[in-house]
Design a protein around this ligand. Sequence first.
Ligand SMILES: *Cc1c(COP(=O)(O)O)cnc(C)c1O
Length: 366
Amino acid sequence: MKYDVRPEVLDFKAYSPGLNIEEIKEKYGLEKVVKLASNENPLGTSRRAADTLRQWASSSFRYPQAGNPDLARAISKHLNVSRECIVTGNGSDEIIDLLIRVKTQPGKDNIVVCDPSFSIYSLQARLSGVELRKVALHDDFSLPLSGMLEKVDQQTGLVFVTSPDNPSGVATPGSVLQDFASDLPKGCLLVVDEAYIEFTDPIDAFDTLQWWSPQSNVVVLRTFSKMYGLAGLRLGYGIMPPWLADCLLRVKLPFSVNILAEKAGMAALQDTAFVNATLETVRSGKAYLSDQLERLGCQVTPSQSNFILFRPPVPAQELFESLLARGVIIRPLASYDMPERLRVSIGTEDENMFFISCLEQELGHV
Ligand SMILES: *Cc1c(COP(=O)(O)O)cnc(C)c1O
């Protein structure tokens, strides 16, 4: 037999990350290509992180410390959360995978998610052979919390929500999530994926850590990929009750967070100038893009994040392809079951203006 493997594996396709700048330059013979597709930081990598990477490059022959205690301590100080509650991972993707494998039993437990939601929740559940229950988002993209509660039963190990959500940019107030968590049955954990929380305004209205305690049934996921500009280094973490952190650390591959990611992450946490500059770039870029998209006849969903979901007045997939040919990469959303919409990440002023001028040329005649 050619594919003698676990049957779950054969249902998978390799993750397709979208197109990169070099491929598009070559395909369309372009000099300038702008990528606003993956919600990366518009200002690039923080200077302090980049300097630290250079400084530590020649230490790459060393193994990192298992469990990254220095980094966990730095995060703990930054968030004012006990060190025992922090688990670092190779992106928050790794924490999602660990939570599913540690908390839920195949063939017995189930996981409740929104539909659509971030693909990693359902992919890792499927790979683990754990039942997945999906609840459709409301039409305004708010979370279907009462519908989720209806799907939850005594065998529900984990409920995943994203706030602010991707691709809508809609954030759920912290008080609402707190009430939701307290309605879950004993033994069921609420996972709040806060990959974009640093972009919310006012953050106090949304930040789950405002009310979180180590005794609560809530896990918060954060990442260095967006606000901290380190997507390519792969660094994220979870904040969770100490007993759960202990279990994750027992089974986590010991060196999944590499030594450069660890050092750069610690430097990025210190780089408040970079964080403030990013916030200002995203704030002004979001206002500009929202106005211009509406002027061009697009329906814009108000965003609490570093990207904007919009519905163009023409077929979205065709518009996506015409923009590609002009050198602008944004994100089509067929895989999120929103084929009539597109998502654009907020870029630098120059990138945003280039996107709008290309869009204007495409939509000018409608
Ligand atoms: C980008 C993103 C993440 C971050 O994943 P990493 O593995 O930390 O890069 C997590 N969740 C959502 C919903 C995201 O959009």
